[in-house]
Design a protein around this ligand. Structure first.
Ligand code: G3P
Length: 230
C-alpha cells in the first residue's frame, strides 16, 4: 500500500513525512486554492520539502489536450522526474494521456467514477487512476466496490496501472480499500492520523509507563545503562 497525502499545506506535509511512511503528495485545483498563495512558489516549496524520491501529483487545468500537454511540459521543467500530471478523464484528457505517455510522462487519470473510465485511462497509458470513493458513496454508489472491480480488471488484463483511491471521509473506507486490492490511497492528514489512533493503544502505553515508574521512578533505560558503565 502506498500512502499519499492529499494536501498542499506545507506545515502539514512536513509533519506527515516526518512521522509516516509517505510515498508522495497529491493536489488538485481545490486543494491548491485553499492555500491562497502563488501556485509556482507553492509547488516549488512542496518539492523542496518532499524531495525528488517522493511522487508529486499536480493536476493540469487546460481544457484541450494541447493546453494540457503544454502545461505538463512546463511543470516538468519546474518539478522534475517525480512529477505525476493529474489529468481529469474525458476525451481531451485521454488524448493528452496517450501523447504524454509516449513522451515518457508519469500520468494519474483523475475524477474517476466508473470502472470503464479507469480501464480506458489505463489503456491510454495512465500510471495511476484515481477513483473518488466518498463521492461515490455520497450518491448511493459503492466506492470500495468500484475500486475493487478496477483492481481486479487491471490484474485480469495484466495492466501495470495502479489504483490510487481518493476522496475519503473515514478510516473505515481506507481500510476497506486495502482489503479489495487498492494499490495506493491519498488521504488528508486528519484521516492519516486516524489510521493509527486507538484509545486502547493509549491506555496500554499509559499502563506500561505507570508500571515502570512504580518500580524505577523516573529513571530511563539510558540512565541505567550509563550507571553500569561508570
Ligand atoms: O484527490 C481527490 C480528492 O481530493 C477529492 O476529495 O474530499 O474533495 O471528495 P474530496
Amino acid at each position: 500500500m502506498l500512502y499519499i497525502i492529499d494536501t498542499a499545506n506545507i506545515e502539514k506535509i512536513k509533519h506527515c513525512i516526518e512521522y509516516y511512511p509517505i510515498a508522495g503528495v497529491t493536489t488538485n485545483p481545490t486543494i491548491i486554492s485553499k492555500e491562497h498563495t502563488d501556485f509556482i512558489d507553492l509547488i516549488r516549496k512542496i518539492e523542496d520539502v518532499i524531495g525528488n524520491d517522493r511522487m508529486f501529483h499536480i493536476q493540469l487545468t487546460g481544457d484541450t489536450a494541447e493546453q494540457m500537454m503544454e502545461e505538463a511540459k512546463a511543470l516538468r521543467n519546474v518539478i522534475g522526474d517525480n512529477l505525476y500530471v493529474k489529468i481529469p478523464v474525458g476525451e481531451e484528457g485521454l488524448k493528452a494521456t496517450m501523447k504524454l505517455h509516449k513522451e515518457g510522462f508519469h500520468i494519474t487519470e483523475t475524477a474517476i467514477f466508473t470502472q470503464q473510465q479507469a480501464l480506458m485511462a489505463a489503456m491510454a497509458g495512465a500510471d495511476f487512476v484515481a477513483p473518488y470513493v466518498n463521492r461515490l458513496d455520497n450518491i448511493v454508489s459503492d466506492g470500495v466496490n468500484v475500486v475493487g472491480e478496477i483492481a481486479s480488471m487491471f490484474q485480469r488484463y495484466g495492466l501495470k496501472t495502479k489504483v490510487l483511491a481518493a476522496s475519503f471521509k473515514t478510516a473505515e473506507q481506507v481500510h476497506k480499500i486495502s482489503m479489495v486490492g487498492g494499490h495506493a490511497v491519498t488521504v488528508n492528514p486528519e484521516i492519516l492520523e486516524s489510521l493509527i489512533y486507538h484509545p486502547l493503544t493509549m491506555y496500554a502505553i499509559d499502563d506500561f509507563k505507570a508500571d515502570w515508574e512504580s518500580v524505577y521512578g523516573k529513571k530511563t533505560i539510558m540512565d541505567m545503562v550509563k550507571e553500569k558503565e561508570q
